[in-house]
Design a protein around this ligand. Structure first.
Ligand code: SF4
Length: 259
């Protein structure tokens, strides 16, 4: 089952949309391009393009889905955006708690807001918490994440923009690596990605290679599909080992989709 084109998830749930750029990886933000497209198409919710906005009407959407689904929360925003009200975040996590049959992958570039929110709250067992580390200077995000008591912690090293260097992966369960795609994409050198795979292997951490992006393994620019996702002769689709809590399923069978 797959309702999202993102290789490492099954579906998306966006209780908020829009964002502001905070780091090097944001330069060619996919969500911004998509929001502008949706605004031009007059899609409900996107009247103000990429401006941050909460969508209370989406807050309970996962409750309507019976089939256990892996959701990437906020593919179109950052759940820990400065303008996200805590009261709304509490409602997001209430939905997550009410749906233990689902898995929620939450990824942020705002590690300090993440840390602050969970200082006085417990991370639900069905949440995977992640931070983006696209350049070496942002490795401090890993230390912040490591100190949060989550069942699964992961890194999205995408777009990989330089040699990240030595990674301390203690307390990290999963690493995703990918190159940038889209107009103006910056190249990812094969040796940068290979070095991360080797470090994951050494530290016994699951590794997922998402894509080469706009620049292929041969250093040539072409269609991202044509560049594929083969690294060192194979696809890397490892996932963190995780067991869903065995609780009663919600009685409804609406088909999961982009929410
Ligand atoms: S944090 Fe994510 S959603 Fe926000 S601007 Fe950066 S890349 Fe885009």
């Amino acid at each position: 089952m797959k309702y999202s084109k993102i290789e490492w998830t099954e579906a998306t749930w966006n209780p908020s949309i829009g964002c502001d750029k905070v780091s090097a990886g944001c330069k060619f933000c996919y969500a911004e391009v998509m929001a502008q497209r949706l605004q031009a198409m007059r899609t409900p919710g996107y009247k103000n393009g990429f401006e941050f906005k909460i969508l209370p009407e989406r807050i309970e959407a996962p409750l309507k889905i019976n089939k256990p689904t892996k959701f990437f929360v906020n593919s179109m925003s950052d759940l820990f955006h400065e303008r996200m009200p805590y009261a709304f975040l509490d409602r997001v996590f209430a939905t997550i708690r009410k749906t233990p049959h689902h898995t929620y992958q939450i990824l942020t570039k705002r590690e300090m807001n993440l840390e602050k929110y969970f200082r006085s709250r417990i991370v639900p067992d069905n949440v995977w918490l992640g931070v983006t580390v696209e350049i070496s200077k942002k490795k401090n995000r890993i230390d912040v994440l490591r100190n949060i008591d989550a069942k699964i912690r992961f890194l999205s090293i995408e777009p990989l923009l330089e040699n990240i260097g030595k990674l301390d992966l203690a307390g990290i369960h999963w690493v995703i690596v990918g190159g940038e795609s889209g107009h103006g994409a910056r190249p990812m050198k094969p040796e940068w990605a290979i070095d991360i795979q080797r470090q994951c292997d050494k530290q016994n951490v699951s590794f997922f290679f998402k894509q080469w992006g706009a620049w292929g393994a041969d250093g040539l620019k072409r269609n991202k599909k044509a560049n594929g996702r083969i690294l060192l002769g194979k696809e890397w689709n490892e996932e963190p080992k995780y067991e869903l809590p065995k609780k009663k399923l919600v009685q409804n069978s609406m088909r999961p989709q982009a929410l």
